[in-house]
Design a protein around this ligand. Structure first.
Ligand SMILES: [Zn+2]
Length: 341
């Protein structure tokens, strides 16, 4: 596991050549990690949590300001039948999401995970010393993908959203943790209509937040998108979702990817499996609000069998510099208003 443990930060050209691009209070570290639910690991039944413990220990050593977690494992019996006596007693060995949530809270984070039907759910956490919830009611938002906008397929994926105020700069941003479906039909054929439908639902949720805010907010959208980069070919996870997030215009999101911005291209892989090796995890940002200064470098090849990594995905991490703060005049509007108008 030598190479996996020796990941180094890689600086952007601006960071290396411009004296003003420094890591200071105006920078934000964002991490995204598909933990691989322990029950999905080879030889595991989900009743021990060594995998998620190892992941959390690493995250708490690095203390990123925003943490996006995918595949937080929940107790299936409690989700389906609501009668797990171990969950009722608060000591269920399969309830890893609840455990991780408590550990993060003990370590200075606020946030939540999606509490709908997902057995492997999505979480979004932020460091309370650097960020505060900017919504009037202090609540986060949850998007459960269903079949309404897709192709009539049920989805077990979703997103967690939080309007956040960056204490050091006053910037209000919308952080979005998301996990999209694998682009496959039940018969195994490749088809991106399901994740693209989920992206449409997420876009509606985001625009709803913008309307309530009285204007658009800078975005940080991170997670596992189950889509390879445009240059990655069709193969296993066609790039349609990636392209939609990158493209500007009416349908596109106009976002940039932190890794592609710093490295010049996406990593060769972020996830691996018996029949897959590719880049499907990303940290996207609004380029008018943020500039990536660094990314946590990626190894040249996936770990070998004996390396026993805690997940079958890489931890993705970037440091973003805030380019601008929201003008003071916008702070009193919509979701973040506590003043009489
Ligand atoms: Zn349980």
């Amino acid at each position: 596991m030598l190479e996996m443990n020796q990941r180094h930060w890689v600086a952007s050209a601006a960071m290396e050549y411009e004296g003003n691009a420094r890591l200071d209070a105006s920078s934000l570290t964002v991490a995204s990690w598909n933990l691989q639910a322990d029950r999905c690991k080879p030889g595991h039944d989900g009743s021990d949590r060594r995998g998620v413990e190892t992941c959390l220990q690493q995250l708490l050593r690095e203390k990123p300001h925003i943490i996006v977690l995918l595949e937080m494992q929940r107790c299936k019996r409690q989700l389906r039948q609501r009668d797990c006596r171990y969950c009722a007693a608060g000591r269920c060995r399969e309830a890893h999401a609840e455990w991780a949530d408590a550990v993060l809270r003990e370590n200075g984070y606020d946030g939540d995970f999606h509490r709908a039907r997902m057995a492997q759910t999505v979480g979004l956490y932020f460091r309370e010393d650097a960020l505060s919830c900017a919504a009037d009611n202090g609540r986060m938002l949850f998007c459960h993908f269903d079949a309404r906008f897709g192709e009539g397929m049920n989805s077990s994926k979703g997103s967690v959203l939080a309007p956040l105020r960056h204490r050091a700069t006053g910037l209000v941003l919308l952080a979005v943790a998301t996990h999209l479906s694998v682009p496959k039909l039940p018969d195994g054929a490749l088809d991106t209509s399901k994740p693209l439908g989920e992206l449409v639902q997420l876009r509606r949720k985001v625009e709803d937040v913008f309307v309530r805010n009285g204007g658009a907010l800078p975005l940080i959208v991170a997670g596992d998108f189950n889509s390879v980069p445009s240059s990655g070919g069709e193969g296993y996870a066609p790039p349609h979702v990636y392209e939609r997030l990158n493209e500007a215009g009416r349908l596109g999101w106009g976002l940039h990817s932190a890794y592609a911005s710093v490295l010049g291209q996406e990593p060769g892989f972020t996830a691996w499996g018996p029949d897959f090796l590719g880049c499907i995890d990303y940290i996207f940002f609004s380029p008018d609000a943020f500039e990536p200064l660094e990314v946590l470098g990626v190894p040249s090849q996936p770990p070998q069998d004996e390396d026993a990594p805690p997940s079958d995905h890489l931890l993705m991490q970037t440091r973003l510099r805030v380019r601008r703060a929201i003008p003071e005049a916008n702070l009193g509007t919509g979701i973040n208003s506590h003043k009489p108008r």
